[in-house]
Design a protein around this ligand. Structure first.
Ligand code: HEM
Ligand code: HEM
Length: 175
């Protein structure tokens, strides 16, 4: 059994952290403090959408890598119920890293804005403009973002608890 995540898994984990921080910041900016200048606003939207789509691709890559390189085990002396909490949180984080960009992508199309990745690559969508569906997809995107932030807080808190309170190797496996 490996004692640490592979360098690729660690790199993808911390790149994900950076991207999620940037995406939540940009997402909040474009909705809560919507810039007045149209061209600038659309550039910010495209930046948010392109980073989000990049994260979707990285998450797929990460899951494929994980299937070929199983992660190191949890501490053996950790109580059983906490094994379930840890695995459940990781699964939920992966699910949200997939649902969130897909909902954002579909919402963008439903509002009537075909998405071009980095303004260059047109990504075909299964749906076109749909005014009934658009607010629903945006609501999914909003609530999934809140859930993601809450789970990340729980997850990061748990990592610090392992390191500073329990003093086990959990955090070091990811460094
Ligand atoms: C994991 C990736 C993503 C995260 C964490 C994220 C996060 C956010 C957050 C926090 C907001 C502001 C909250 C709101 O009012 O909805 C937002 C808004 C938005 N995001 Fe994302 N986003 C991601 C991916 C994407 C992708 C891939 C697209 C489109 C291709 C996208 C399109 C949008 C749009 C259009 C808005 C404006 C509000 C709306 O119409 O829903 N997002 N995002
Ligand atoms: C956007 C923020 C974050 C996301 C989306 C995220 C996501 C994940 C996911 C999905 C895993 C499971 C990896 C696997 O087994 O395949 C994981 C593991 C881990 N993360 Fe995070 N993480 C985030 C932030 C953090 C932060 C801030 C810390 C440290 C304070 C942290 C520390 C760890 C550690 C130590 C593990 C290994 C846990 C174990 O296997 O026992 N993560 N993370």
């Amino acid at each position: 059994m490996p004692r640490r995540y592979t360098a690729t898994a660690r790199g993808l984990h911390w790149l994900t952290v950076l991207l999620v921080l940037a995406l939540v910041g940009l997402g909040t900016w474009i909705t809560a403090f919507e810039p007045k200048e149209e061209a600038f606003k659309y550039r910010l939207y495209n930046l948010h959408e392109s980073l989000g789509f990049t994260l979707l691709l990285l998450t797929l890559l990460r899951l494929a890598w994980r299937a070929a390189h199983p992660p190191p085990p949890l501490p053996q002396d950790l109580p059983r119920p906490l094994h379930h909490v840890a695995h459940g949180t990781h699964a939920a984080l992966y699910l949200l890293l997939l649902v969130q960009p897909v909902a954002g992508f579909l919402a963008t199309n439903a509002w009537g804005f075909p998405f071009k990745w980095w303004g260059l690559v047109a990504i075909p969508s299964p749906i076109g403009k749909d005014e009934a569906l658009a607010p629903l997809l945006s609501a999914v995107h909003f609530w999934a973002a809140l859930l993601l932030v809450a789970l990340v807080a729980l997850h990061a808190g748990a990592a610090l608890w392992h390191h500073f309170v329990r003093r086990d190797d959990t955090l070091r496996k990811m460094l």
